[in-house]
Design a binder for this molecule. Structure first.
Ligand code: 3PG
Length: 202
């Protein structure tokens, strides 16, 4: 069985999605899978997150589904129950990391400086999210961190078609996350064709 790191390395791009209505979940998963991007990080920024993960998992058992913006242990429980493969948090919260480790679910916490990388390493983590990537120094900062630490990074925050290749060119970067390829307005309009075009272009 492939590890999370291997699966992210293969997929390369993680769509970070805020779903406003659970009815969007399956059509969205459908568009992602059918257009070659069988992955989603569904953020707990909306009430619809837990149920959306459950619906996507039911419809596409093989899809790689993460729960994003996880800030509490209750949200970790909900994400696991719904069928999430991994948990993502914007910052490095040792309580959340420990809880995920106890529950046996992969966690990719956000870091944006050397001290946080070291704290993550001390807790046994080998992959972290670099967030918010662009405001935190972007590719130059990542190069500096990568020169020192044997960890892999998943940058997100300010990544777009114009800079994504620069990040992916770094050996330490396994995948990039972002919201640009799944705009909420297209989902709210149910414009799945335009979404499909965006994802195919990507
Ligand atoms: C995240 O949670 O990873 C970010 O909100 C993604 O940032 P972006 O909207 O700049 O892509």
């Amino acid at each position: 069985m492939m590890t999370l790191e291997q699966r992210l390395t293969e997929i390369k791009i993680v769509p970070v999605i805020a779903i406003n209505d659970t009815q969007q979940a399956v059509p969205l998963a459908n568009v992602l899978v059918e257009n070659g991007l069988p992955c989603a990080e569904v953020t707990f920024r909306t009430e619809a997150a837990e149920e959306s993960i459950r619906l996507m998992r039911e419809a596409y058992p093989e899809m790689l589904i993460g729960a994003g913006t996880v800030l509490t242990t209750e949200q970790v429980d909900k994400a696991i129950k719904a069928g999430a493969d991994f948990i993502v948090s914007p910052g490095f919260n040792p309580t959340i990391v420990k809880y995920c480790q106890q529950r046996g679910v992969a966690i990719v916490p956000g870091i944006n400086n050397p001290s946080l990388v070291e704290q993550a390493m001390e807790m046994g983590l080998k992959t972290v999210k670099f967030f918010p990537a662009e405001p935190s120094g972007g590719v130059a900062m990542l190069k500096s961190l990568s020169a020192v630490y044997p960890v892999k990074f998943m940058p997100t925050g300010g990544i777009h078609p114009g800079n994504v290749q620069d990040y992916l060119a770094l050996k330490s970067v396994i995948a990039c996350g972002g919201t640009w390829m799944v705009p909420s307005d297209l989902m709210d309009k149910g414009d799945w064709d335009s979404l499909a075009t965006l994802i195919r272009e990507l």
